[in-house]
Design a protein around this ligand. Structure first.
Ligand code: ADP
Ligand code: G6P
Length: 729
């Protein structure tokens, strides 16, 4: 079975030197704790930094370290020296990307030198992967430190299966655009086959940035970029549920809990656990606790805040100043309210081992998780899972700006910037009745137990395989020289041939100004020659109106379909309606479309006798995206009872009669003759009905590459033109 190669900046194990000896410990942070509980039947290899700067390794130690990491942790270290750490890790990763992506743009230091180091170190990770990757391995790159790596790997191993997961938020376009290297990062990420995010918002922000900065479109999360398809999807990371839900039954954790309970002397516990990071909102949390005490003198002596903070990124000045701020706030609260036998805030600045941490989760009355921004936040999930069998369930207070809030909606959700809201939430939590507490936690626990870390990884890896399979199928359907020769032979040897051709985006490239997209003389010649061939019938099937089509093609021996199937004109005959239709509904819908047109610069309305369309080719893409979904929503409810439907084409929305479509229109030709060669070519959603109505031996070609029912894909209108030209000769 294929191996999984996990690549992340930090390994799940961190190496430190203590008293001259190397020590191995679990790495801190959601990525490391989450991924280290991944199990499964596949062989796993982890590539990343060991936590020890290369200068701190003695010359004869590095072999020993490598062996230990490989044999006991399936890990391969990437060597980073102090200079790399200063520029890449502390510099670009944690002083540019981290603040920017967590909506602290003013903290970011856009220094070219740091960027160069980011590029170099990503390259070094790529080289390390290449030393171990074997054909068939699945490469799974993690997090913001390695956003250039997917593209580097793609260039080095074009057919590799590459997944990427971002563990932090992806900010909105307005924030992301501030980054001087925004194009490079998007390009780097789009080297992956699958890009995963914790929440829909982050995925939406990513797609929106890619759309605006690279001009690409997505179809249901599939993005085509540099001739490759990449899928963007959502995978909220879970935890090792069993590890936490069963914890309180373990005797050693029970002992830890009892020991802690004894020191509390019946006091209620508010618990807080994080890395020391300005995104976690620790000062705000302390101020809120202060406010709570101020307003609740009856709670003095009866409530204690356990503040557990792990040191993090201590060489970044912001983190150092945060440490001072937290120290001062703790002293100030304890100084003001503390008594000989009551310290309101008990503060620990160090990592806690799993046993002790879960024991605290197990006794807390309130868990206070109030990050200003957090990609996910696993602490909140660990707490809920630990209280699985506890009838005295504690209450989770959770920030609405943590990714976890999307799944833990039964927590007391607060705005982390509102000291007042947090203080009130502490009061509410401490006085909540047991039934309500249990009810809220049960719902959350059920969710966490289903979507745990294993499910998360399986879901991601299965989706990655699906995407890769889809790419393979698409590749096999891409018209190359061999397919082209076969089609040409089939065309030439047929006696009765039918060519069903869409116009805009198929016979001519899409133009920002539809009025100017008139057929060029070369196209007219190709169509004339094809239609003149004995036994060949050419049908141009378009969304355009009758007069425009007749004006452009009236002189040619071709048949025409106008307005996506409303009107048909066989060569030599008059226009006729596909069936009796009525257009009174247009009076009802017109004001709505006009309102949208007026509010959306660059958009226009085109009206047929029995259809209406709203075009937005010239509209700024992001605005268009918003307006399209608004208009679709409104129209769906208005058209439902009128026998109408709303279809989305290439940069337009059309309202038309439900049973009138290109598929039905081309049936007139399909029914009437026995064709031994049939071709349908088109570029958008309206052409799909044509593709599916062809008999089995028909050839359908989609221009561009997206999800489609067509049998083949061709790169562009120019490439289709070349094929038709060959046939016309
Ligand atoms: P982040 O990834 O930003 O640090 P998360 O809440 O997603 O935040 O993950 C933090 C992880 O680190 C959790 O698995 C938690 O158990 C662990 N952790 C946090 N604080 C401590 C601590 N003081 N001691 C031990 N582990 C901690
Ligand atoms: C977050 C990030 C991880 C990172 C962790 C700890 O969880 O998403 O990529 O490893 O914080 O930070 P550190 O800088 O110590 O690796």
């Amino acid at each position: 079975m294929a191996r999984i190669i996990l690549v992340s900046n930090r390994l799940s194990v961190s190496v430190q030197r203590r008293k001259g000896r190397l020590e191995f410990a679990q790495s801190m942070g959601g990525l490391a704790t989450g991924l280290s509980s991944l199990e499964g039947d596949r062989e796993k290899l982890w590539i990343g930094w060991s936590g020890l700067p290369s200068e701190e390794q003695l010359p004869d130690e590095s072999r020993e370290l490598e062996n230990e990491l490989r044999d006991h942790y399936n890990s391969i270290p990437v060597s980073l020296c102090t200079e790399d750490l200063n520029r890449f890790y502390f510099g670009f990763c944690n002083n540019v990307i981290w603040p920017l992506f967590h909506y602290f743009p003013t903290y970011a230091n856009y220094d070219e030198n740091l960027w160069e180091s980011y590029r170099d170190v990503n390259h070094r990770y790529m080289e390390k992967v290449l030393t171990v990757a074997e054909p068939g391995d699945l490469l799974w790159v993690h997090d913001y430190q390695l956003m250039l790596l997917p593209r580097m790997l793609r260039d080095a191993i074009p057919d590799a299966r590459i997944g990427f997961f971002l563990h932090i938020p992806f900010p909105s376009y307005e924030v992301f655009r501030l980054l001087p290297w925004r194009h490079e990062l998007l390009n780097g990420l789009l080297g992956a086959d699958l890009i995963g995010f914790h929440t829909y918002d982050y995925a939406r922000h990513f797609i929106s940035s890619a759309r605006r900065l690279l001009g690409i479109e997505d179809t249901a999360g599939y993005i085509r970029f540099r001739k490759r398809m990449c899928k963007v999807d959502v995978f909220p990371m879970g935890i090792d549920y069993e590890k936490y839900s069963g914890a309180l039954e373990q005797p050693k954790i029970q002992r830890e809990r009892e020991r802690a309970v004894a020191t509390l002397r019946g006091r209620k516990v508010v618990l807080s656990v994080d890395r020391l990071d300005y995104t976690k909102g620790i000062p705000q949390r302390l101020r809120a606790f202060d406010r709570f005490l101020e307003r609740n003198p009856q709670a003095w002596g009866k409530v204690v805040l356990l503040l557990i903070v792990v040191p993090s990124r201590t060489r970044v000045p912001r983190y150092r100043s945060l440490k001072r701020e937290v120290d001062e706030l703790v002293s100030s609260i304890n100084g003001r309210y503390g008594t000989i036998d009551w310290e309101p805030v008990r503060y620990f600045y160090r990592p806690f081992p799993y046993d002790r941490l879960t024991a605290l989760y197990g006794l807390a009355d309130v868990m206070l998780v109030t990050p200003l921004r957090d990609g996910m936040n696993l602490v909140a999930k660990e707490f809920v899972a630990t209280r699985a069998h506890d009838e005295h369930a504690g209450v989770l207070i959770l920030s609405e700006t943590a990714g976890a809030a999307k799944e833990l909606g039964e927590a007391l959700l607060i705005n982390p910037n509102s000291i007042e809201e947090i203080a009130v939430a502490i009061e509410t939590a401490l006085s909540m009745d047991p039934e309500e507490r249990a009810e809220r936690n049960t719902l959350m626990r059920e969710r966490l137990s289903r979507y745990d870390i294993r499910y998360w990884a399986r879901d991601f890896l299965e989706k990655l395989n699906t995407v890769v399979e889809l790419q393979k199928q698409q590749l096999a359907r891409q018209i190359d020289d061999r397919i082209r020769r076969t089609l040409t032979e089939r065309y030439r040897s047929a006696r009765r041939r039918l060519l069903l051709l869409d116009y805009d985006g198929t016979l001519v490239p899409l133009s920002a100004n539809p009025d100017r997209a008139r057929p060029d003389p070369e196209l007219i010649e190709v169509l004339r020659s094809l239609a003149a061939q004995e036994g060949t019938e050419v049908v141009i099937s378009s969304g355009r109106g009758r007069s425009r089509l007749a004006g452009w093609f009236g002189e040619l021996p071709v048949s025409l379909i106008a307005r996506h199937g409303v009107w048909l004109k066989r060569h030599g005959q008059e226009w006729r309606l596909i069936e009796p239709l009525n257009g009174e509904w247009k009076e009802i819908l017109r004001p709505m479309l006009e309102l949208h047109r007026d509010r959306t610069p660059g958009s226009s309305i085109e009206e047929g006798e029995y259809s209406m369309a709203w075009y937005y080719r010239k509209t700024e893409p992001e605005l268009a995206a918003v307006r399209v979904s608004e208009l679709k929503d409104t129209l769906y409810s208005l058209t439902r009872d009128l026998g109408l439907e709303v279809i989305e084409g290439n940069k337009f929305l059309e309202i038309k009669h439900m049973n009138v479509h290109k598929g039905r229109a081309v049936a007139h030709w399909l029914d009437q003759d026995s064709w031994d060669f049939l071709l349908a070519a088109g570029d958008d959603q309206t052409d799909e009905a044509m593709f599916t109505s062809l008999p089995e031996h028909g050839v359908s070609i989609k221009i561009g590459q997206a999800i489609s029912n067509a049998g083949y894909f061709i790169e562009s209108p120019e490439a289709l033109r070349a094929l038709l030209q060959e046939w016309s000769a």
